[in-house]
Design a protein around this ligand. Structure first.
Ligand code: ADP
Ligand code: GLC
Length: 481
């Protein structure tokens, strides 16, 4: 039995701010249980729902040194959906209304977490063959392993994988502060290790010291070797390119299933969508106070409202787009300027635009099920899960050809009658608008063609099976079998 430990700062259903939580919650379930024992460790945040905190069982606690501090490490445990989850408890670090704040406080919090991930292993008596780390928050796991833990018998030979879900976030602060926080010696703060551009960089540490590095799509794996997408680490990505691979994300096909989804007004499948899907649109129009019209094309957006997702393009042509026969439904939170932009358009085009500036799992499902098309014109997108959810619900994605969007949405070809969505290449608002209008044309004038796009979208398989097999293959290779 191969033992794998996922170290992550979020996982569904316990805590989620973005796609990382979906991945860390769904992927561990998809490994072959005969050969792989995959467990997950994450922080026990005060902001988790009480229902989960109530279910966790206290295992034990101990004290651990971190820099100049001596910290309490509590271990809680919960088995969920056949997976063993461990939660690191420390109220000093993990209180607060959200998992992440900013600045040195977050760096200290996740230095604590990363060191604790290693420290608990002998205590819970689980010696993983591989620790699979996710994003900068766990970047110090390979570093601490190298620094002190590896010297001990128990830890010798443990391999590490670093998966980059988003290269933009690296966990960076000045070297002196990070030295104090982490207790790591001068040895680690050179440009071939944690130091980048004079600062200390957690993700860089993870990438340098991990045995293998992955990211969440093939295209992104290539893109991050270039300055535009490389977030100033393109040199490192090139240097590590032999150990860097792209494995595209999947989604949880049980949780995102239009045939069984408890959140949507009318369930449907790849056969019944022609009649039934529209009932969701009508229900959502009523719920959100939009004009009730089954024939109007509804565009959906479910997203963090940040620059990454291409909202400046939308802002630029929103007035023009609203002259068309479309409705736009937005669900998201994030930068104030985008929140206010959508509130403004909701006010200006009432009945046509609905801005829902909050976080809601049920509402997200309703939008995936109700909209005719889903808009995701990202500036960059390591993988993207929303477009996969849209495909699954027969909601045609309109995307920019970058990262995982390029790898998962096949552009519609009118002449060959192929493709699962619409896409454009350049980060240009009118190029996007042109593509949206092309989609409108097919939707209104060639309904049969449109429905065939939906047929192909719903037939595409982005369940985890294929990608989990690629991770298994990598684990086997690392373990040496
Ligand atoms: P990212 O991780 O960059 O935010 P992804 O497309 O990988 O983008 O994943 C986003 C996830 O977060 C999806 O599951 C999406 O449905 C969900 N999501 C984003 N915003 C909201 C929101 N306001 N309410 C509910 N779910 C949301
Ligand atoms: C990040 C990326 C997103 C990806 C997700 C899960 O949040 O922005 O593209 O789908 O991680 O890997």
């Amino acid at each position: 039995m191969k033992k794998i430990l996922f170290a992550t700062s979020e996982a569904v259903p316990f805590i989620k701010t973005g796609g990382l939580a979906d991945v860390a919650g769904a992927l561990p379930k998809c490994f072959d249980k005969q050969y792989f024992d995959v467990r997950v460790v994450l922080p026990k945040y005060a902001c988790m729902k009480q229902e989960w905190k109530d279910k966790m069982q206290y295992m034990t606690h101990f004290y651990m040194d971190l820099g100049f501090k001596n910290c309490y490490v509590g271990i809680m445990h919960l088995e969920y959906d056949g997976i063993q989850f461990y939660f690191i408890d420390n109220e000093y670090y993990f209180s607060g209304p959200k998992p992440y704040d900013s600045g040195p406080w977050d760096l200290e919090k996740f230095a604590f977490f990363s060191k604790a991930v290693l420290s608990i292993l002998p205590v819970i008596d689980f010696r993983p063959d591989i620790i699979h780390c996710h994003d900068w928050q766990t970047g110090l796991v390979p570093v601490y392993l190298h620094d002190s833990f590896q010297a001990g018998e128990f830890f010798r030979g443990i391999k590490t994988v670093m998966t980059i879900h988003n290269l933009k976030f690296q966990g960076v602060w000045d070297v002196k502060t990070v030295k104090d926080i982490t207790g790591l010696s001068d040895y680690y703060f050179t440009p071939d290790k944690l130091e980048a551009y004079k600062d200390a960089n957690y993700l860089k540490g993870g990438i340098v010291f991990a045995d293998a590095v992955t990211t969440v799509s093939n295209t992104y794996a290539e893109e991050i070797k270039t300055p535009f997408y490389g977030e100033r680490l393109e040199g490192l990505m090139c240097a590590r390119s032999n150990s860097l691979r792209g494995i595209v994300n999947g989604i949880d096909y049980e949780e995102y299933n239009p045939q069984t989804d408890p959140f949507i007004a009318k369930q449907y499948n790849a056969v019944t969508f022609r009649k039934e899907k529209v009932k969701n649109k009508l229900a959502l129009q009523r719920e959100l106070g939009l004009d009730e019209d089954s024939s109007v094309m509804m565009l959906g957006i479910v997203s963090r409202l940040t620059d990454q997702k291409g909202f400046d393009l939308i802002a630029y042509v929103m007035d023009e787009l609203c002259q068309d026969a479309v409705q736009i439904v937005v669900l998201g939170t994030g930068d104030e300027r985008y929140e206010n932009m959508f509130r403004h358009f909701d006010w200006k085009y009432h009945g046509k635009v609905s801005a829902n500036i909050y976080y809601s799992e049920p509402m997200s499902h309703k939008i995936y099920a109700s909209a005719d098309a889903f808009l995701m014109p990202s500036l960059f997108e390591p993988c993207g899960l929303s477009q996969l959810m849209s495909l699954r619900y027969g909601t045609v994605p309109i995307v920019r050809e970058t990262g995982g969007l390029k790898d998962t949405v096949q552009p519609y070809n009118e002449y060959e009658s192929t493709g699962t969505g619409f896409s454009f290449t350049n980060y240009n608002a009118h190029e996007m608008l042109g593509v949206i209008r092309n989609a409108e044309r097919i939707y209104y004038d060639k309904k049969r063609e449109w429905n065939k796009i939906i047929d192909r979208a719903m037939a595409a398989d982005f369940s985890w099976n294929h990608s989990a097999a690629q991770y298994e293959e990598m684990y086997n290779w690392l373990i040496g079998e």
